[in-house]
Design a protein around this ligand. Sequence first.
Ligand code: NDP
Length: 453
Amino acid sequence: MDSHNPATGERLETYDDHDEGDIEDILASADDAFESWAETPITERQQLLERAGELLREREDEYAELISEEMGKPIAESRAELEKCAWVCDFYAERADEFLADEALGSEPHSRTFVSYEPLGAVLAVMPWNFPFWQVFRFAAPHLTAGNVGLLKHASNVPGCALAIEEIFRDAGYPEGVFSTLLAGSDAIEDVIADDRLDAVTLTGSEGAGRAVAEQAGSELKKHVLELGGSDPFVVCADADLEAAAETAATARTINSGQSCIAAKRFIVVDEVYDDFLDRFVSEMESLEVGDPLASDTDVGPQAREDLMTDLHEQVEESVAAGATLECGGEPLDREGYYYPPTVLSEPPRDSPAADEEVFGPAAAVFRVEDDDEAIELANDTRYGLGGSVWTEDLDRGERLAREIEAGCVFVNELVKSDPRLPFGGVKASGHGRELAEAGIHEFVNRKTVWVQ
Ligand code: NDP
C-alpha cells in the first residue's frame, strides 16, 4: 500500500498490507478484548478518551503535516480537523455516561421498566480519506466509550493516518484489541463483515461503497450505519444578505479543496438577486489562494488523487457540453500535483453532472429559479439528502424552507457543518443512521428493555 503526496505526485511511503493471517490475529484480538472492555466502568473509558484528546492536541503539528502530505488538505484546515477530533473526545469524555445511563420508563404499580444501553461488540469502520482523522474519531469517540471495540479499514491512500490513529489509542492506554487498524484494500472487507466475531459496520464514503457494504451487512443481518455522498443545496432568497451569502458560499464549496460530503454543491438563487449573487460569488471564488497545502495562506490545495481530479474535470466538461456556462476555472492547473481551480458553472441543465451527480471538488453549479417554491422543488430534485443551507433575512421564512428541504440537516444563514453536539447523517441516497450527539452513541448499542415485576 503506497501513500502519495498529491501536491507533487511523489510516493511518500510504502506499507505492507495485512494478509489473511494478520487479519485473523486482529479479529481474534478484538474478540478477546471485548468482554473486559465492556465491563470496564464507563468512567474509566471516559478517562482514556480524555487522554486521547490530550494526545491529539500535544501532537497537532506532527499529525497536521501528515494529513496535509497524504491527502493534500491545506495545513490550517488539518489543524482545525485535529482540534475538532480533540473536541469530540472531550464531548463524549464528559457526557457519555449521561447518554448511556439507564432510561426509566413509566412504572406500573408493581413493576419497574427501563432501557439499558449495552455495547454490541466489534464494529468495523470503513472510512474515507477526505477527513482522515475526523471521520475516524467521530466513530471511535462514542462507540469505544460505549464499550464496543473498533476495527478501522481506512481508505487505501491514507495508511499513515490510519496507523497514527491506532498509535493515539495505544499511547492513551487503551487495552490491546480495543482499537485496531486493518491495512487492507476493500476486497478484504467482505470476509471481515461475514466473520462471526464482527457485529456491526459503519461506512463513510461513496454511494457505490455504501451499497456494497450494506448488501454484505444486510445479508449477514448485521447492524450498519451509512454516511454517503451529498449534493447539498444552498438556497439564496430575494431578501438574503448577499455579501454574507456569497462569501460563505465560496467557503462552503471549497472547504477541504471541495472534497466534503456536506460542501454546498448546488447554489439555487431566486431571479431577483441572481445576477448580483453570481457576480459576488465568482469574485469570491477567484480570490481564493490555490497552492501548496503546507503553506499557511493556502485556501485550496490539490485534489487528493489524480483519478479524482480527472473525474471532476470530466464532470465539468460534460456539464459545459450540456449547456452550462463556465464563469471561472474549468481546467486543471498546469503544474505538478493534482490542482483544480475554484470553478463556477452557471445554469447547468438538470440532467448534467453538475446538477445530477455529487461533484467532489471545488466546482460549483449556480441555478436561477423564479421564487422560493421553485427553489425548494429544485433543492429536492436530487437523489441525495445530506444537508442544506438557506439564506434569508426573514427567520420564519428560513425555518419554513428548512422544514421543506429533504435532508438530514438544514442550516439557516450558516454553512452546513458537523458538530459533536448535533446529530449528523442523511436521508435518501446519502445514507441512514446518525453520528455524533446522543443519537450517534445510541447507534451501536443494544437498547435493552428491562421489566422488573
Ligand atoms: P470510496 O467510497 O470508494 O472509498 C471510501 C472507503 O470505502 C474507502 O475506505 C474504500 O476503500 C472503501 N470501499 C470502497 N469500495 C468498497 C467496497 N466495495 N467494499 C468495502 N469498502 C469499500 O471513495 P473514493 O475514494 O473512491 O472516492 C470516490 C467518490 O466517492 C468521491 O469522488 C466522492 O464522490 C465520494 N466520496 C464521498 C465521501 C463522503 O464523505 N461522503 C468521502 C469519500 C469519497 P479503498 O480506499 O481501499 O478503496
